[in-house]
Design a protein around this ligand. Structure first.
Ligand SMILES: [Cu+2]
Length: 390
């Protein structure tokens, strides 16, 4: 009886928390959800399903169709608040088609942040997954899933990649920086450029080849990448921003939850909450069932990013307040204890080149602002003597 009462009051607390947020929800709850996993955690059998479905989708022209759509709508889906909802729906459409071919398919994501110090060494770029850099005069990829494929949009070509820094790529954004963006952003108008012009952009540009063009869905990595970008949005949503949607739409009007998603012509609100409507999936790192219990310390644990004790020990109060305004130094030691691994200075992240910003980015000023922000962040942590265990 006592147990029952405790469970009941816990449930009531949960209901209150969910109730307020769910006033926005008009979609039916999914009867069940499937789980998107990090690509390197797939079993051999799961990876075989993915590869075989991808091959069928190539043969049926779906790579070309998605590359075409992304090209046609490019101006309407980047540099403003359509960015996250459009790409959530876009990746889900890919997954929906894939599941008609094999219902066991779930869209994998690539947690690029795990590889940020040496992206070129990522297992994703090995023959077992996406293959590596392009080689030879045409920069054709020589191994991995798409080896030997002819991509047909906009015209027949091999899949091309051209890694930055002479094939070495260089460094991407630290988990600390991504966590800082998650913590500092309270509006979509802040969060969207913070991710679009940092991790999102640099992965496209530094992989190069097809990935750096408008028909970037020609590269299978596009979907792995955008599933991860979507996962970061979901992490931010779970940290108290579930229904946050603001900033400009592509036509210059203010975007709302009732604005239609570009091309798909359905309101943005229909894709906001995973586990409802068509969004019957979850991310392995962020299961939906835990949602009502989630606080910022859960998010930090998921990012596995912040050595909070180390940050608190080396960063002066004003820098902590500036870069990690929600850093909870009172989270249990099991979440925040310093790693046994020796810490390393965080690298300066690669930067989006001016030429790319000027050619591809409508919100060029926003891109330059994020570029400077990431530079300032890394310099501040390096200057303060912070050593990362990542
Ligand atoms: Cu895109």
């Amino acid at each position: 009886m006592k147990l029952f009462a405790t469970a009941l009051s816990a449930a009531a607390v949960g209901l209150v928390a969910i109730g307020a947020a769910n006033a926005q929800q008009t979609q039916p709850r999914c009867a069940s959800v499937y789980t998107r996993k990090e690509i390197r955690t797939l079993t051999a059998a799961e990876l075989n399903v993915v590869k075989s479905v991808m091959t069928t989708m190539q043969n049926n022209g779906w790579f070309a169709w998605f590359a075409y759509l992304h090209t046609q709508w490019f101006g309407q889906i980047h540099s403003q608040s359509q960015f996250f909802p459009f790409h959530r729906r876009f990746v889900h459409e890919w997954e929906r088609v894939a599941r008609t071919i094999n219902p066991a398919y779930t869209q994998p994501y690539w947690d690029e942040i795990q590889d940020y110090r040496a992206p070129a060494q990522s297992p994703v770029f090995t023959a077992n997954y996406a293959g590596g850099n392009g080689r030879g005069g045409n920069g054709c990829v020589q191994n991995g899933l798409q080896n030997g494929w002819t991509m047909t949009y906009p015209s027949n070509h091999c899949l091309q990649r051209s890694f930055s820094n002479n094939g070495n790529i260089g460094s991407w954004y630290s988990p600390e920086y991504i966590a800082s963006v998650l913590q500092r952003s309270t509006t979509m108008a802040q969060f969207r450029p913070g991710i679009e012009f940092s991790l999102h952009g640099i992965v496209h540009v530094n992989i190069g080849g097809d990935m750096a063009t408008r028909p970037s869905p020609n590269d299978w990595i596009f979907m792995l990448h955008h599933a991860n970008i979507d996962r970061l949005w979901w992490q931010w949503q779970q940290a108290g921003n579930l229904w946050t949607m603001d900033g400009p739409n592509y036509d210059g009007t203010a975007i709302t939850l009732n604005s239609n998603i570009a091309y798909f012509n359905q309101p943005i609100r229909t894709v906001m909450q995973l586990g409802y409507g068509q969004m019957c999936f979850q991310y392995a790192s962020n299961p939906i069932q835990r949602r009502s219990l989630r606080g910022l310390s859960d998010i930090l644990r998921d990012l596995d990013a912040l050595d909070t004790a180390a940050l608190a020990a080396v960063l002066p109060q004003d820098l902590l307040a500036k870069w990690f305004p929600k850093l909870d130094t009172k989270i249990p030691p099991s979440l925040g204890s310093p790693s046994k691994a020796a810490g390393r200075v965080i690298p300066m992240p690669n930067e989006l080149p001016d030429s790319w910003i000027d050619q591809q980015v409508k919100d060029a000023a926003g891109a330059r602002q994020v570029r400077a922000d990431a530079r300032n962040f890394a310099q501040a942590l390096i200057k303060a003597g912070y050593k990362s265990r990542h």
